[in-house]
Design a binder for this molecule. Structure first.
Ligand code: 0X9
Ligand code: ZN
Length: 447
């Protein structure tokens, strides 16, 4: 029988609360926040809004729109949902774009300007696991299951917070020669549901071991890596003041600009900035940074992944980077509309598509090559595949639309929407020893 994580967390909450508070205070003391403590909101701070842009129908049109410094959060047949501040929205309107604000999409902004909207999907920061609570929960799970979970600090964020990776297997303290699968979470600050996904997976693999045959089998034959938060500074900034800030990037200052932050998912060193899929403007939500891997969080991830090359061979074979929202399963490349490109042949495209579609059939998400949405360059999937040969997917989790809560659906959906990906995660793990088997070509797997 499975124990729901949130029930488990509630049960242990009292025990970890003091630790969590101590960690929060410690992290804040070490943080170089321009507004002083992380909790203090500067009076002039603007929380960007959520807008529907009508008459944008093709990937090419969406890529042009994205190049105007806004992030595209969701896509429909003839419209998209974007995040933009007032100046960006004004500029887009002056260019002829049809923008309509979606008032309820950012609960904090709604409470602040009292603009009405649908409160049935409202959520508050305390409905989601905070960074401090996440740290405490991971520590408590690791001490409860020392043979199944091993925690490693793989580096530090810009503000000095630990970025951790947890290895899970039947002998987690020992590095074994097995296919490794990586799950990374919370690269984008406001995508809090993805941290819940990490906690769900840890709990599921720890408690399912010896009880569920598929989980037991995977724990016996794989090494499973989980990075629960790749952007702890951004998460704390978005969540810990008590009002969501609709923040996406990291919290690294930019020289020569008052704008903060680099979009980690445009900062990777594979065709970085090549193709109009990122911005050179520090004020943009898709700012690529001054150079590839300029964000410490990007470098922590890539150094970790490079460290898994042992005896000249990358041990990690498959990867999911969890994001929200839109309910999508995406695969490379993001920098080109083409299905194949140097370093991605037709068989490989077929593998991505076949396993991607199997996973999507299990969770009801929509499967597609990521550039079908819009062009991105310097994204994690392109680097993982193009540089490291890792079968790398992006999942965009619940909900499908902004009106269902966008980045901030109510906490009541967490259990359902994390469990929804259980089967997809198992599908990837079960294929991870030889992904070519999925297209009937196991001979292409070198031993
Ligand atoms: O734009 C992103 O970084 C991801 N979407 S999100 O809303 N979570 O920010 C999607 C990246 C997938 N790659 C492409 N669409 N090319
Ligand atoms: Zn994201």
């Amino acid at each position: 029988m499975r124990t729901p994580l949130r029930g488990r967390f509630t049960a242990t909450a009292a025990a970890v609360l003091s630790l969590a508070l101590a960690l929060t205070l410690g992290a804040q003391a070490g943080a170089a926040s321009p507004n002083g403590a992380n909790g203090a909101r500067a009076s002039a701070e603007e929380i960007p809004g959520t807008y529907e842009v009508r008459g944008v129908s093709s990937a090419a049109q969406r890529s042009v729109l994205a190049a105007h410094d806004v992030s595209i959060d969701a896509v429909d047949d003839h419209s998209v949902t974007i995040t933009a501040d007032k100046a960006q929205a004004k500029r887009l309107r002056s260019m002829g774009y049809l923008l309509e604000e979606i008032p309820g999409a950012v609960p904090g902004a709604l409470a602040r300007d009292d603009s009405g909207g649908d409160f049935s999907v409202a959520s508050t920061p305390s409905q989601y696991t905070s960074h401090a609570q996440m740290t405490a929960t991971v520590n408590s799970l690791v001490s409860q299951y020392p043979n199944l979970m091993h925690r490693q600090v793989i580096g530090r964020s810009h503000q000095g917070r630990d970025i951790i990776a947890v290895r899970m297997s039947n002998n987690a303290r020992v590095d074994q020669n097995r296919p490794e699968v990586l799950f990374s979470h919370n690269m984008h600050a406001r995508e809090h549901l993805t941290t819940e996904m990490a906690l769900y997976l840890m709990n599921e693999f720890a408690t399912g071991y010896g009880r569920d045959s598929r989980i037991t089998n995977m724990m016996n034959t794989r090494e499973i890596w989980i990075i629960p938060s790749l952007n702890p500074d951004g998460k704390v900034w978005d969540q810990d003041s008590g009002t969501f800030r609709n923040w996406r990037k990291n919290r690294q200052p930019n020289s020569g600009s008052t704008a903060i932050g680099t979009d980690i998912n445009r900062n990777f060193a594979y065709r970085w900035g090549c193709c109009g899929g990122s911005s050179s403007n520090p004020a943009s939500d898709t700012y690529r940074g001054p150079s590839a891997e300029s964000a410490p969080e990007t470098r922590v991830l890539t150094n970790f992944v490079r460290s898994r090359v042992i005896g000249g061979r990358q041990q990690i074979t498959a990867h999911i980077d969890f994001h929200t929202y839109s309910e999508l399963v995406l695969w490379p490349f993001g920098y080109t509309y083409n299905d194949t490109a140097p370093g991605l042949n037709q068989d490989q495209h077929n593998v991505f598509s076949t396993v991607g579609r199997q996973m999507a059939a299990s969770n009801g998400y929509r499967p597609q090559q990521s550039s079908d949405l819009y062009i991105t360059d310097g994204s994690i999937n392109d680097w993982m595949w193009g540089d490291q040969g890792i079968w790398s997917y992006t999942f965009e989790m619940y909900p499908r639309t902004a009106s269902q809560g966008g980045f901030y659906p109510p906490g009541s959906v967490i259990d359902r929407e994390t469990a929804r990906n259980r089967e997809a995660v198992l599908i990837l793990l079960e294929n991870a020893d030889c992904m070519y088997r999925s297209i009937g070509k196991p001979q292409l797997c070198t031993t």
